[in-house]
Write a protein that binds this ligand. Structure first.
Ligand code: PLP
Length: 413
């Protein structure tokens, strides 16, 4: 009897705790809705591409919000390579790399990526989020210093939080502030300057020449996250470091297979051989998470091969980017960043960005409003992303839809 009373009392307290947590969560959700910053998820019923089918909308919808910069997500050869790898190597490894999760295709992709970036070696991760989470803790200890741009991607910020180095946060792309921080960090053993190559919310490009000059002056290394540059920035699509002529001055690059390189999933680090070897020994997201699935490896490998063979796709995307940016600026919109396929249409107000994005869908154009906490308060925008898969007509249709919705909402006259 006594036991029964104690246990029913225990289950009552468990019930009360769950009810309390539910009410805390529901209040939090209501606050997000009230702030107008709720992020809904539209459901796509087709492959990723320039033209998609969206649940609830009739016919083809023009997609302007994927990171499918080169249109490789549904490229026939990339898809076929995934199918071939699935058939030959199976659905997955049921293992981490160091137990029984390394196939020859993983080694081959690592070699190709090292070659693509002209670095000594490469290590694959399940995502670039993991690559960023796993790097800093391994490379930097309490005697070292990390100097990070204040607007770096969330995964870099989280990765830095996990390491025990002294942290210095410099103002966004501000070389004077970076120099001040480098002076403060002079007594540290290793110093690492950390920046996105391209900042994904603004489409602005890090001043890598100035960063490398300062790094060399103060004996620091440079790390860049190239998720929004790999495959299409620079003459051969190698990235921001190629665009700005500093490939031999940036020591470590992290990037993703989940955007321009086929768009499936996966990330990687390229850099000096001893670093990559140490990451294989100690990097926690690598050691304690499954190997990349063979179809993902197969598709990404084909994407890299296509880019190693020709830069034609990247060039066509660049021309389309300028077509969109010029037409929108002429129409009176403010587009942030320069010459990058990320074209943020700046609107300021979060609700306006969300309403305008919904209206654009009525014109058959799929774009998304971005607001706090993804971007700073008061800097809401619609982030348009151009892809090599868009035709000139697609771009013109998108501009036309913006002009009509922009007039309706008083953004342009
Ligand atoms: N770094 C940057 C700059 C990104 O934009 C993203 C993706 O949103 C990531 C890292 C994470 O990449 P992944 O999707 O491969 O985890």
């Amino acid at each position: 009897q006594c036991v029964r009373i104690v246990s029913s009392c225990g289950s009552f307290r468990g019930y009360a705790a769950a009810a309390q947590a539910r009410s805390v969560l529901e209040n939090e959700l209501a606050a997000i809705r009230a702030a107008g910053t709720w992020k809904g998820e539209r459901v796509i019923k087709s492959k990723q591409g320039a033209h998609i089918h969206v649940d609830g909308s009739r016919g083809d919808i023009l997609n302007f919000c994927a990171n499918n910069y080169l249109g490789l997500s549904s490229h026939p050869e990339v898809v076929q390579a995934g199918v071939d790898a699935l058939k030959m190597y199976g659905a997955g490894l049921s293992s981490v790399r160091f137990i029984c999760g390394t196939q020859d295709i993983h080694k081959d992709l690592e070699q190709k990526l090292a070659k693509f970036h002209e670095r000594e070696d490469c290590i694959l991760y399940a995502s670039c989020f993991d690559a960023n989470a796993g790097l800093f803790e391994v490379l930097l200890g309490p005697d070292d210093a990390v100097l990070s741009d204040e607007l770096n991607h969330a995964s870099i910020i989280d990765g830095i939080r996990l390491c025990r180095a002294k942290r210095f946060r410099y103002k966004h792309m501000d070389l004077n502030d970076l120099e001040d921080k480098l002076k403060e960090a002079e007594s540290s053993r290793l110093r690492l300057v950390v920046t996105d190559g391209v900042f994904s919310m603004d489409g602005d490009i890090a001043p890598l020449q100035g960063i490398c000059d300062l790094a060399e002056k103060y004996g620091a290394m440079v790390f860049i996250d190239e998720c929004h540059a790999t495959g299409f920035l620079g003459a051969r699509g190698r990235g921001t470091d190629e665009l700005l002529g500093v490939m031999d001055r940036v020591q470590i690059v992290n990037s993703t297979l989940g955007k321009a390189l086929g768009g499936a999933a996966g990330g990687y680090t390229v850099g000096p051989k001893p670093l990559i070897e140490l990451l294989r020994q100690r990097s926690r997201p690598y050691l304690f998470s499954n190997s990349l699935p063979p179809p993902v490896v197969g598709s990404a490998t084909r994407a890299v091969e296509l880019l190693l063979a020709s830069n034609e796709i990247a060039q066509s995307m660049a021309a389309k980017t300028m077509r969109f940016r010029n037409a929108m600026t002429q129409a009176g919109f403010t587009i942030s960043g320069a010459a990058h396929p990320i074209c943020p249409v700046m609107l300021g107000d979060a609700q306006l960005a969300s309403l305008m994005a919904d209206d654009m869908l009525n014109f058959g154009v799929y774009v998304i409003g971005f607001s706090y906490p993804v971007v700073p308060k008061g800097k809401a925008r619609i982030r348009v992303q151009i892809s090599a898969a868009h035709t000139d007509q697609d771009i013109d249709h998108c501009v036309d839809a913006f002009i009509q919705t922009g007039r309706k909402h008083g953004v342009i006259s």
